[in-house]
Design a protein around this ligand. Sequence first.
Ligand SMILES: Nc1ncnc2c1ncn2[C@@H]1O[C@H](COP(=O)(O)OP(=O)(O)OP(=O)(O)O)[C@@H](O)[C@H]1O
Length: 289
Amino acid sequence: MSVIELEGVEQRFHARGTPDGYLTALKDATFTLHSDPPQIVSLVGQSGSGKSTIARNILGLQKPTAGLIKYDGKDIFKLSRAENDNYRRNVQPVFQDPYSIFNPFYRVDRVLWKAVKKFNLTRDRAKGLAMIEESLNAVSLDPANVLGRYPHQLSGGQRQRIMLARIHMLRPEFVIADEPVSMLDAQIRKTFLDILLDFRRDHGMTTLFITHDLSTVYYLGGDVMVINKGSIVERGAVTSVMHEPSHPYTRLLLDSIPPPDPDQRWTNRIEVDDSGDQTPATAPQEPVV
Ligand SMILES: Nc1ncnc2c1ncn2[C@@H]1O[C@H](COP(=O)(O)OP(=O)(O)OP(=O)(O)O)[C@@H](O)[C@H]1O
């Protein structure tokens, strides 16, 4: 079992126009994420509340100005090279805009082949291709339909699912998902959330799911943390936090959205048809590494 622990994490940025020249984006953030049992923990808060800062801190993209982030008891900013490689494999991001991850000049295959190579999944091309195809199928993408295409030839939902296929190949312990569905329509959004739920059930992945959308939090279930102006003000099971919020800010947040109607909750899985919405791939389907 692995654990990510945040202990008193603070993130300050230089900022003009503030009394002391700083903006405190995150204050005393303290929480844990466990890989066993796998869990979905949503982090919800308004724009500017510090959600992405937490994601960037955990992913090691931004070193906090105070406090510690530990992986299995070790400061993630002081890991040995081997430990750091292990951390990077086991803590994978999904961002809001997958387009920025893709190089527009390369076929999307490259993102998947790079993962095979970087994390040494196999040296055998045929096995690598089999892994890629299996992972694309696992996220409801038809390999014949997406391999060989360039990023602009795929929809936003397909690009996001390529990132999920990459995660499926790597089987990390933790997924840090920063507003991954906010640019997707309702149908694709649901498909994406179902895949994350499948990953937890089938592959034991724990997800920190960052969102400002409470209906998404309801759908995912699990735990929710509420963040307000850089402080985590509440954490608990989604049902109890949503029905009996203990912090005034959570009540305010809940009051600011229309109450979810349980009868309208998504219950049935939607099969996505990827066949009709794209131009055919003309490029040969060779791996680009
Ligand atoms: N690199 C930076 N330099 C200065 N200020 C920053 C930097 N990154 C974030 N901030 C500020 O820190 C605060 C928290 O930002 P953050 O991106 O974490 O919020 P958020 O909750 O993810 O917002 P959103 O939902 O709009 O993405 C904001 O006031 C933001 O302007």
